[in-house]
Design a binder for this molecule. Structure first.
Ligand SMILES: *Cc1c(COP(=O)(O)O)cnc(C)c1O
Length: 378
């Protein structure tokens, strides 16, 4: 029977431990695996750096949820992104966004400064900019992030795939902010999906991990797997086990986070202290039509608000909330608030009056009440 993704996630692929009947997988902490008298491996694994059983189980859940051919786990989201960049030919032309997760952009610029690649950035809010940025026959990789942290610009994945493939490039999607419960980028034509599993996938702010999932087990994927094994930026067994546990509730967490963010966005609409609300779920968001097409399981828990009182008002709001915790990161069950510009630095395109909100699974009334109360104090 073909099971729905919700079922696959909740049961972590319905794997029952063969030895004990346990319905929950064990944590395999072993770094090495025994061989028999004939020197053949007893199981499927030999050493932990390429992959252990707990890591492989988490990767299998992600492969199933993304509808891919294979996946590898990494020690962080950026280690996963680095694996994609590292498998490009030296000096490759790469296209990415002006507005994207600032850490991944910094990594790309760092690699460009070292001569590893040539970078062209395009504005994700201009629907024609990507087609202008690719160089047919030369571009190797188009890297998009949608919705893009923290302005939540939307990029049409199917269209980006057509443009990338038309230029002879591959399309990789940073799917951190649109996990597979709402967007399956491989189905839309992407070649690779990368996640910071630190965020929604684990969802409890207690694991640092990343993943890359591939549509095809091809030569490029084998090169990425070789990089994975040779460089060893892999998560431990406990992190991988926690990720499996977190993934069981991904669908219900995301549904609740989406509902909470929508309530916050609607409650703050027209608030006298707020100049703009950036949430893909609002009909007046510039990317709403794309979001409605490609975020089929909800618009997520992430939104940003811009304040009429500028940077000082943004800093004040973050200091005053009593339910939202002032901290970086996104996608966890607890709501976080952050004045983003000072984190990203002066070169970032993020406006300094922007406050980023990551809505958790708390009572919506508490989240709305907290923001209204903190904003009301001026
Ligand atoms: C956090 C984040 C990353 C980096 O992930 P780490 O796990 O912190 O290395 C990459 N992309 C996006 C969109 C993120 O939010």
């Amino acid at each position: 029977m073909d099971k729905r993704p919700e079922t696959l996630a909740a049961q972590a692929l319905h794997r029952i431990d063969g030895e004990t009947g346990a319905v929950i997988p064990p944590v395999h902490t072993a770094t090495t695996y025994a061989r028999g008298a004939d020197n053949a491996l007893i199981g499927a694994h030999d050493y932990l750096r390429p992959e252990g059983p707990t890591q492989a189980h988490a990767a299998a859940v992600l492969t199933a949820l993304e509808g891919g051919a294979d996946a590898r786990l990494f020690a962080s989201g950026l280690a996963a992104a680095m694996a994609v960049f590292a498998t490009l030919p030296t000096g490759a032309h790469v296209v990415a966004q002006t507005k994207m997760y600032y850490g991944a952009k910094k990594l790309l610029q760092h690699l460009e400064a070292r001569g590893a690649l040539i970078l062209t950035l395009f504005d994700p809010d201009d629907p024609d900019a990507l087609a202008r940025a690719v160089r047919p026959g030369e571009t190797e990789l188009v890297w998009i992030e949608t919705p893009a942290n923290p302005l939540w610009s939307l990029v049409d994945i199917a269209r980006a795939a057509d443009i990338a493939h038309g230029a002879g490039a591959i399309l990789a999607v940073d799917g951190t902010c649109a996990p597979p419960c709402t967007t399956r980028a491989l189905d839309l034509g992407a070649d690779l999906v990368m996640h910071s599993a630190t965020k929604y996938l684990n969802g409890h702010s207690d694991v640092l991990a990343g993943a890359v999932i591939t549509r095809a087990d091809d030569e490029r994927w084998q090169a990425l797997c070789a990089h994975h094994s040779l460089t060893g930026a892999v998560p431990g067994a406990f992190e991988s086990w926690l990720l499996i546990r977190g993934l069981r509730t991904l669908f219900v967490r995301f549904e609740r986070q989406s509902a909470n963010a929508m309530q916050v966005a609607q409650a703050l609409t027209g608030h006298p202290a707020v100049s703009q609300i950036l949430y893909p779920g609002l009909p007046d968001h510039p990317g709403h039509a794309i979001a409605a097409r490609q975020m089929t399981g909800g618009f997520g828990g992430l939104l940003s608000i811009r304040l009429k009182g500028g940077a000082e008002a943004a800093a004040r709001l973050c200091a005053r909330t009593q339910v939202f915790i002032q901290a970086t990161s996104i996608g966890g069950v607890e709501s976080l608030i952050e004045h983003r510009k000072p984190i990203e630095g002066p070169l970032s395109p993020t406006p300094d009056d922007l406050v980023r909100l990551s809505c958790g699974i708390e009572a919506a009334d508490d989240l709305v009440g907290d923001l209204v109360e903190a904003l009301g104090r001026g």
